[in-house]
Write a protein of this length. Sequence first.
Length: 366
Amino acid sequence: MINPSFIWKNTYLSDYMSVFININGRKISSDYPPYIIAEMSANHNGSLEKAFSIIDMAKISGADAVKLQTYHPDTITMNMNTPEFMINGGLWDGQSLYELYEGAFMPWDWHKPLFDHAKKRDITIFSSPFDNTAVDLLEDLNAPAYKIASFEAIDLPLIKYVAQTGKPMIISTGMADAEEIQEAVEAAQESGCKELAILHCVSGYPAPSEDYNLRTLTDMQNKFGLVTGLSDHTIDNITAITSVGLGAAIIEKHVTLDRNGGGPDDSFSLEPEELRQLCSGAKIAWNALGRVDYSKKTSEQENSKFRRSLYFVKDLAMGEIVSEEHVKSIRPGYGLAPKYYHDIIGQKTTQTISLGTAVSWDHIIK
């Protein structure tokens, strides 16, 4: 059970919130490479061996963490077939909510072997709990962090219970408006969460990229002052990698061994090579952001000599007046900068000058 001593009351954000969060020793903020979460979800398809393989694949592909989902169907919904419990349209058309979650369910006795396997593979593993009993199970396994799914972002009692663990928490915000996000943030903070991140999310499966409105990321950072990332349900990596340029510090993507595997989430999940490309591309994008820097870059040094400069394009005698027909701005860059062109024209030469000589101040009398 949760230790109630972790609860803080009447504390302001500035008093205890970090500018980064730390999961298993890995600092996470826009000042560090994006933290890539490989969401297993239901893609184990009822096979523990497949779940092990997904962990292996995530590690090999370069992900920072694997995330599970911890629930029983009865902790999410009721076994009912009345209209409000039925899914109409989309990937899961015709199923009841109970049937969907029963088919996607990961047995609770898998959690320990999966946590042990991830430890052997040296990749972080944590989960999304869907009720307090799931939190208790994950606490027994010493989960290093918690993720609140978008559909549970309005379950403030669950958020408060997770916050009381004292562990880092990530909240997805799909379907939530700004007021609901603020309520979730306050529930977490007031209940003891010192390390909180929020993910911009569109809860469509799959979600079209145009629905993501990625500029929301910068507004979320300004509005809530938290580490911010993206939970991406598009079918490729473009949206996720683009988000890095807008400050996304975390990227979460569903992953699978085979998009045609037939599981409830396979069809909108990344396959191994796509996950590898996401991990690589997100880090390249982050490195490309760099810092504000107007200096000449190392990679440019050699090419500086090929910039334009002033050259004499005709022979001149000593004492001759330099005219426009004598000087041009051309490549390479060993002469005076082109901005001095009009300072050179009309001046007398100090020496005999041959065609192809780079212009210098020594060549003229000023």
